[in-house]
Design a protein around this ligand. Sequence first.
Ligand SMILES: Cc1ncc(COP(=O)(O)O)c(C=O)c1O
Length: 352
Amino acid sequence: MKMFLSDNVSGVHKNVLEELSKVNVEHVNPYSDDMYSKEVKDKFCKLFNKDVDVYFTTTGTSANVIGISGMINSYEGVICSEDTHINVDECGAFEKFLGAKILYFETQDGKFDINKAKRFLEYKGSKHKIQPKAVAFSQPTETGTVYSIEEIKAICDFAHSNDLLVHMDGARISNAIAHLNVSLEDMVTKTGVDVLSFGGTKNGMMMGEAIIILNDEVKKDFLFKMKQAMQLVSKGRFIAAQFRAYLTNNLWVQNAKRANEMALLLYENLLEFDDIRDVSKPDANILFAKIPKAWNDKLIRDYPYYIVNEETNEVRFVTSFDTTENDINDFVSKIGKIIDLNHSFKKNIVYN
Ligand SMILES: Cc1ncc(COP(=O)(O)O)c(C=O)c1O
């Protein structure tokens, strides 16, 4: 079975599995004090063209919450859009572990809106108010859109000129990099991001995310925060091994490119059906469409997807590094059968 529920339904890339076996020899120092972890840190430093600190975690939620813990005190807050993962999809982990406040604003498209964020600046200095200390956004966003370099730079400039730090949730940053065809240095270092959650699990790793710290102040004492937050993994070499394979020969970008291409292929094909409405053109590997409710039973049985809005039957499709052209073709022909149309699969598309 293949699924469009999310990209963490996918398997593990074979290079990552092989690498796990390769490091499964002899004894090495624990807690990321081993040569593989150091090698991965060096690889990241090259990719960001900066001396970054790197800490491994096992989930995207822990990467976000612990990463932000390096930036704020419990009397401080993080400004973000209401759809941001830390606000709506992490079961209050931020609030429980940091005891701080999320200052969110409403948006139409889930993106960070500088004008809306500005209203929280009034809190600064008031002894009765939570003190804004950072801004946070996801790249790509939860709705699958990708911020341009200019948009990120504008957010960082807004933040820094108001004495705020910047956290970027990059659970799917590889998909954004593949879409924009830029380097991590351009997207993250040069724009001025202070802390990044760099995802691996959704794009071919087994389980592993990295907290990348670019800001020297945040680097201080972060090791102790990791340990206290229960994510200083003792057998860290096995997360390092996954990143070792993932960052070799551009695997992380190749995998993301593949997932993005499959999303675009699905998009092009869904456009062919008159009964399917409001198909969103994917920047990365997530797209939305309104499909007839009556189709759900037949389609979800073979290719599970997520229903975002029960009323309009707006659904979300997420493609993965291991989604194939055959999967898309098969799914599209299933739609064709439902409406009794001999639908021909459209595959000669130009990928971005
Ligand atoms: C944008 C974003 N950030 C963070 C996460 C959290 O990842 P995890 O489920 O591993 O905690 C997800 C997972 O779906 C996500 O989509």
